[in-house]
Design a protein around this ligand. Sequence first.
Ligand code: GLV
Length: 309
Amino acid sequence: MAVVIIRQDEKINAWKQALQENAPDISFFSFLEPHDREKTEVAFVWKHPEGVLKNYPNLKYIASFGAGVDFLLEDKSIPDDIPITRVVDPILASDMSEFVLATILDNLKHLRHYKVDQLNCQWKPQDYNRISDVQVGIMGMGALGTDLAKFLTLIGFRTIGWATTKKPQLGINMYYGDKERNSFLNQSNILVCLLPLTPSTKEILNRDVFKHLPEGAYIINVARGGHLNDQDLIDSIDEGQLSGASLDVFHDEPLLPEHPFWKHPKINITPHIASVSDVASVLPQLIENYRRFKKDLPLNNLVFRQKGY
Ligand code: GLV
C-alpha cells in the first residue's frame, strides 16, 4: 500500500521528503515518478491535473493539502464514496488573519497607493481612516473566519460575522442565512470573504450584495476566485458604490494576462498567497489521518460532500 502525492507546484518534492522523513514506514510517491498505481490506496492532493485520479483504480481515501476542497469536489470522476479530508490548522488560520489585517491597514492608510505615487514622484497626502472608523463584516465563520474575528476584535476592530448555520458563541454579533444577510451587509464597511466555495456560494460577491453595503465599502476576497462576479466588482467600483478591493484568489490562476484586474487602479491583487499550508504544521495531521484510515478509525476533518466543505 502506498500514498501518491499529487500537486503541480515546485513544492511536491519538499512535501514528499518531509512526509517520508516523518513516517519512514509509509511509502510515498510523487505522481510524476514511476509507481504502482494499482497498489496506491491513498492520495494527498493539491489542485491535481484533471483526470489524473482516474488512474488509481483502488483509491480509498483522498486528503487535501489545504483548507479548500473545491478542486476535488468539482472533479466528477472521483467516486462519491471515497472519503475526503481537508486541513484545519492553527497556523493556516493565523497566517490568514495576519494577511487580512495587513490588507485592512494598508487600505485604511493608503500604503499601496503611496507606493504608486512614489514611482511617479508624486507627493499627494490623503485623509486616512482609523480602526474605529470602520466595521469589518466576515462572510464565512469556519475555522478561518472565527480566528479572524477573534484577532480583529483583540486589536480593537468592530467585527460582525455572517454564516449559513448557527455557530457557538463567538463573542461577536452574528447574522445568519438569507434573512439576515442584508442587515449584515448594511453594516460592513469592509467585507471579507472566507466562505467555502460551493454551488450556493458561487459568485456570491455580486452586484446585489455590493449594493447593500455602505457606500464606499471595500472588498477583501481571500477565499476562492469563484466567489466573485468579476464584472460586477469592476462596475460597482467604477460607479462609486465600492471604494476598491483586494483580491488574492481568481477564477483562473495565474490571473490571465489580459484580465482587467491587473491594471485597475482600485483593485489590489496578490498571487494566492494569503495563507499557505505550512509543511511542519500540517504534516502531522496528514500522517495521523493516514494511520486512522489504516486502522478503520473515523477520519479527522472529514468533508461533508452534500455541504461542500
Ligand atoms: C488555500 O487556498 C487553501 O485552501 O488551503
